[in-house]
Design a protein. Structure first.
Lengths: 377, 255
């Protein structure tokens, strides 16, 4: 390997300053060579000769390092010439010279304060525009939904069943496990508190009401938002990136009908079933703990449940399921359609879909509570 | 390593996807400093061959040597240093969608060299200019480019490290004829000045005639013949004959 000293030898010869380059001028050495060339100062000489006779290998990075030095020297007022360059080396130097175009390599940075203000402004406008678009999407979904109900033969039954399996059946284990555990924890913690008043039997009321009214459906909706809402966004988003949605439109296929409806209907049909299943496993978990920790046997548990918990508690929970399903599916699909360009955008929108869906589910749940309080249910 | 040793040597390569045999005991050598064009019908396994050579696809059997190294047997650091010596242009560009064109070109420069930022930025401009992209394209994201521009940007990234071998998968498809001719000239020029070895899958008869030193024809999972254009024109195998004597071929070089 040539040392930097051998690679660049500079000497004054009268009014000429001769720079003899030697060795390998390739990308792996380019940084060292560049630093060596930066130190080059021809001093009093007016003409600079660059002698390439001993250069063994040259690539574009090496040629660029040489050329940028030549450029600098020319700007400093020297007349620079190459000498004894092999034709292929000269060709390479010409190639980089003819492509000496400064390009913008990173997006321009704004001053932080301005960037902050601009960000707040554009985020506000985005929220407004987005709300409008979401309402538009909601409208389009509703219209398509009614059309599908009036013309059931246009519903894609195969896709529907497939989605029902994915969002419903395949979610059964996780929904069951989580609500079983939550039911058990609820009963256990309740038992601890109620035992102090000798009111252990009220554990049944506690578990019954909270699982049936709130916990069962809320947990199910949150799990499904994380599981299926994200899947909807990712699937539709990837199709958008690869122009599959555009292709559908040009083939006269309606993406709302093909992609949104099967997902929406599948979720609206299966979420109540999942919520019912969550109710059952939640009660099972609570009942098991009540039995083991408090000695309330299954027969007593069921009897007490029947007395203490009105059937309305169950319906209050289940009624919310289709609404939550609708929200999760619409948000999931909507964010999918908003994916633009890059794979990164798919990830961003997926995160958004999940966060928005869970947020809306909880807000709507709160509104339901207010409504039911009014109705005194 | 001697100069006469081939840049790429494929021996007895068999590739399968499930039951489908794509390559059946295929042999191929690419000499140093040559431009090899690989042709074959759609779906004959040209892209798969390219992917297998660069180690993205595991062959069922056979050996592949690139620059004297057995690709399958390399691990970690050795493999990375071999990867620095080749550049790949995928069939659809395969740019990183979250980075601008300039940033895409800079990825290998930053990762594998210790060049200063200043020089990296300047070199990026040179590479972008070399492949014929306008300077404005540098700040754009791949989704904002046309198909042909994505190809060029992909080539700029493939050439970033001044590799010894470039693998090109249909580099001129999607380019206008003037752009395609410029592309051919660029490849030719780089091959002459840098001693570049080029493995090029192409259907472009003009490229085949203009810049390929040799052409390899893939038929039925094997390399049927390898040779310069003259050999192809004399070949009597029906597919090869139709390929090089079809109406498009006649239009391209009056064969
Ligand atoms: N990941 C994969 N899984 C299964 N089969 C594959 C896979 N990739 C390629 N194939 C099959 O291997 C065969 C060769 O594909 P390849 O992409 O190499 O074709 P090609 O010669 O490059 O065609 P074209 O000229 O259209 O690009 C095809 O039949 C394809 O279906
Ligand atoms: Mg291909």
């Amino acid at each position: 390997m040539t040392t930097p000293a051998e690679a660049v030898r500079a000497a004054s010869e009268g009014d000429r300053f001769v720079v003899a380059l030697g060795g390998r001028w390739r990308i792996d050495q380019a940084d060292r060579l560049d630093r060596r060339l930066r130190g080059l100062a021809p001093g009093a000489a007016k003409r600079v000769l660059i002698d390439l006779d001993n250069v063994e290998a040259l690539d574009t990075a090496g040629a660029w390092v040489v050329y940028r030095t030549v450029k600098r020297l020319r700007e400093e007022g020297y007349a620079v010439e190459f000498t004894r360059a092999r034709p292929e080396h000269k060709a390479l130097l010409d190639l980089v010279e003819s492509n000496d175009w400064p390009v913008e390599c990173r997006p321009p940075r704004e001053p932080p304060v301005r960037a902050f203000v601009a960000h707040v402004g554009s985020a506000t406008l985005d929220i407004i525009a987005e709300t409008g678009m979401l309402i538009g999407f909601l409208g389009a979904t509703t219209i398509t939904l009614f059309r599908s109900l009036l013309m059931p033969w246009r519903v894609r039954w195969t896709a529907l069943v497939n989605h029902m399996e994915q969002v419903g059946l395949n979610a059964v284990p996780i929904v069951g496990l989580i609500s079983f555990l939550v039911g058990a924890v609820l009963a256990y913690q309740g038992a601890e508190q109620l035992r102090r008043f000798g009111a252990e039997i009220f554990v049944v009321n506690l578990v019954g009401v909270s699982v049936l009214r709130e916990m069962g459906i809320l947990l199910t909706a949150i799990i499904v938002a994380g599981r299926s809402g994200s899947a909807f966004t990712a699937a539709i988003g990837s199709m958008k990136v690869r122009e599959e949605i555009d292709a559908m439109r040009t083939l006269g296929l309606d993406p709302m009908e093909l992609l949104v409806m099967p997902r929406l209907i599948a979720l609206v049909l299966t979420l109540p079933l999942l919520a019912f299943f969550a109710d059952v496993t939640g009660l099972l978990g609570g009942g098991l703990v009540a039995w083991m920790a408090l000695g309330i046997g299954p027969a007593q548990f069921i009897e007490r449940l029947g007395e203490a918990v009105p059937i309305w508690s169950f319906w209050v929970g289940i009624i919310k399921a289709p609404v939550f399903a609708f929200v999760i599916a619409v948000i999931g699909c909507y964010e999918g359609f908003r994916v633009e360009g890059s794979a990164e955008s798919v990830g961003r929108m997926t995160t958004r879909a999940v966060v928005e869906a869970i947020f809306l589910v909880i807000v709507i749940d709160a509104l339901f509570s207010v409504l039911f309080a009014f109705l005194e249910i | 390593m001697t100069a006469s040793e081939p840049a790429i040597r494929v021996r007895g390569l068999t590739t399968r996807f499930g039951d489908q045999v794509v390559h059946d005991n295929l042999d191929l050598e690419v000499r140093r400093g040559e431009v090899l064009g690989v042709v074959g019908g759609s779906g004959t396994g040209k892209s798969v061959l390219l992917r297998t050579i660069i180690g993205l696809n595991r062959p069922a059997s056979g050996s592949i040597e690139v620059l004297g190294h057995d690709v399958a047997g390399l691990g970690g650091a050795e493999r990375r240093s071999l990867e620095e010596r080749w550049g790949v242009l995928f069939q659809d560009g395969a740019l990183f969608s979250s980075l601008t064109v300039a940033q895409n070109v800079q990825v290998p420069l930053r990762e594998h060299t210790d060049l200063s930022r200043e020089v990296i930025d300047e070199l990026t401009g040179v590479k972008i200019g070399m492949v014929g992209l306008p300077a404005e394209a540098a700040g754009k994201y791949p989704s904002e480019l046309s198909g042909g521009m994505r190809k060029r940007a992909g080539l700029a990234r493939a050439l970033a490290l001044d590799p010894e071998i470039v693998f090109l998968d249909e580099p001129t498809s999607g380019l206008d004829p003037i752009g395609a001719a410029a592309f051919d000239q660029l490849i030719r020029r780089l091959q002459r000045t840098l001693g570049l070895t080029v493995f090029m899958v192409t259907h472009d008869l003009d490229s085949l005639g203009a810049i390929c030193d040799r052409i390899a024809v893939l038929v039925d999972g094997r390399v049927l013949i390898v040779g310069p254009m003259e050999t192809m024109l004399r070949e009597t195998h029906p597919w090869v004959h139709d390929y090089f004597h079809g109406p498009r071929a006649r239009a391209a070089y009056g064969a």
